[in-house]
Design a protein around this ligand. Structure first.
Ligand SMILES: [Zn+2]
Length: 129
């Protein structure tokens, strides 16, 4: 069985490089201890309680690039539905435990994605009056 290799892929690495260059330190692929079960996130800022996921367009059904394979259509449909459901569940679990979640599509521009993360960390995402 081959594991899905979503880690150490282009977009995530590019984002991590930018964050690192900005002097930010984070954990990679870290299990976050929340109830009912640990949730692994791609990039984790423990003190800021910020979890970042870089989601593959296919596996997580990006609205722009999500496709449904024609072969075994039903199986894929069920599988991808399950992925998306699990994502939302993970978001809820983390949010309930006072974590913030940022989800980035793999097609997003890495520097824009990094800016979103940096903004969240600096608290500047609070809406201006
Ligand atoms: Zn996409």
């Amino acid at each position: 069985m081959s594991r899905i290799r979503s880690r150490d892929t282009g977009p995530e690495m590019a984002i991590r490089r930018i964050l690192h260059a900005r002097g930010l330190r984070y954990r990679v692929d870290m299990p976050i201890p929340v109830e009912p079960k640990c949730s692994r996130a791609d990039i984790v800022f423990t003190r800021a309680r910020l979890a970042v996921y870089v989601d593959g367009c296919f596996w997580h059904r990006c609205p722009e690039h999500g496709t449904s394979p024609k072969a075994n259509a039903e199986w894929w449909q069920a599988k991808l539905d399950r992925n998306v459901r699990r994502d939302r569940q993970t978001d809820r679990t983390l949010t309930d435990a006072d974590w913030r979640v940022i989800r980035i599509w793999e097609h997003e521009d890495p520097s824009e994605a990094a800016e979103r993360i940096i903004a969240a960390l600096s608290g500047s995402q609070s809406r201006s009056p």
